[in-house]
Design a binder for this molecule. Structure first.
Ligand code: PLP
Length: 367
């Protein structure tokens, strides 16, 4: 079966063999390093891929939102979830307590107030919740600073009934600002080192830090090189996207997911219009070494210069292109995770050409 002919566009096409290769390679690396694998589900939001990750040796999964975790737990393939997100407010806490009846759950915490609310709710429900202190190692998003700040919070949380301080975590997403592998290793190494030093401090205070968790696809082979890291949580690695090309290890041939789009107009020689706009490609900007809203596999020099909701406008710097109305092209997104979140299903192509539709069960689960 030729998927370019069989499938209607725009849609997501996944090469199953590449997906398996990406999952197996990262799982093998984690094993070699002696690190537990807890892959982030926000990238694929799909039970079949969660199962492939568990089969490859993951100890459990990471989710951002409760809705994502609920969908995956209810699918039956996942029973151990780390919510790498602050759970705030009575509605969310009630759902968290319910989820704890169906799966092993741990939660990120980065403040006394939110920890206090979790503690009170767990006490009232007769439960104990594992919490992981979220640290900011450079991304400047959520999380508190390594060292004294983390020590103060960990001590306060350790004294709260109903909560068990199980470890520390960081999302070292800032490593992606690196422009070379050396820079990447240096940012990743610094983040990993800050985690280890803080863990040592907490252990000296008598806090039992079992988990030292890091996570980011670009930093996967850097942060984890620091001795003592116990867990990694990459997400994007299952598909990869154009954001990683500049580091050299991964190129378009390793990107397991592509957007299939059709040329719907050739209004001038230097312009083609495709049926994928911002509602398919997202508005995520390109990485620093690229231009436009995605990498056109069929014509790598082409630039998806503009998007409106349902139109992508491709420009050809060379002034010519063979693309004609009706042609189907493949695009690697700038950022694959929000792209997946926009579709109901992905079409998975096996080596024999057969196509399966996998439902993206946690798409839109942002609550
Ligand atoms: C908390 C957390 N952990 C892990 C990851 C995985 O990072 P990546 O998408 O680079 O694989 C993310 C990504 O946003 C994250 O927010």
């Amino acid at each position: 079966m030729n998927y370019r002919v069989e499938l209607d566009t725009p849609c997501l096409v996944v090469q199953k063999q590449l997906l398996q290769q990406n999952i197996d390679e990262m799982a093998a690396y984690a094993r070699e390093q002696g690190i537990n694998m807890r892959p982030h589900q926000k990238t694929h939001k799909t039970a079949e891929i969660a199962k492939m990750q568990m089969d490859a040796g993951a100890i459990g999964v990471t989710c951002a939102k409760l809705g994502e975790a609920e969908a995956l737990v209810d699918s039956g393939v996942v029973n151990d979830v780390f919510l790498a997100y602050q759970v705030v407010g009575p509605r969310k806490i009630a759902r968290l307590l319910q989820l704890m009846d169906r799966a092993k759950v741990s939660v990120a915490v980065d403040g006394v107030e939110s920890a206090q609310s979790l503690s009170e709710a767990c006490m009232a429900d007769g439960k104990t919740l594992d919490v992981i202190i979220e640290m900011n190692t450079g991304l400047n998003r959520a999380g508190i600073l390594p060292g004294e700040e983390t020590e103060r919070l960990a001590e306060a949380v350790a004294a709260m009934p109903g909560l068990n301080v199980k470890g520390i975590m960081t999302h070292e997403g800032h490593v992606a600002k690196a422009m070379s592998q050396d820079e990447l290793d240096s940012y990743g190494g610094d983040a990993g080192q800050a985690m280890i030093e803080t863990a040592k401090r907490l252990r000296e205070k008598g806090i039992n830090i079992e988990v030292i968790s890091v996570g980011s696809t670009p930093g996967s082979f850097s942060t984890t090189k620091v001795d003592g890291i116990t867990e990694m949580r990459p997400g994007t690695y299952v598909f990869y996207d154009s954001a990683i090309f500049r580091f050299g290890r991964i190129g378009p041939d390793r990107c397991a997911l592509r957007i299939l789009a059709t040329v719907v107009s050739r209004p001038s020689p230097d312009r083609a219009v495709i049926d994928a706009g911002s509602k398919t490609l997202t508005m995520d900007p390109p990485p620093p070494d690229r231009q436009g809203y995605g990498y056109v596999v069929d014509e790598p020099d082409a630039i998806i210069a503009r998007v409106s909701e349902e139109h992508g406008v491709i420009e050809f710097p060379s002034g010519n292109s063979k693309l004609a109305v009706g042609d189907v092209i493949e695009i690697i997104p700038n950022h694959v995770c929000p792209t997946v979140n926009l579709q109901d299903e992905m079409f998975v192509v096996s080596e024999d050409g057969s196509i399966e539709a996998w439902k993206i069960i946690a798409r839109g689960k942002v609550r």
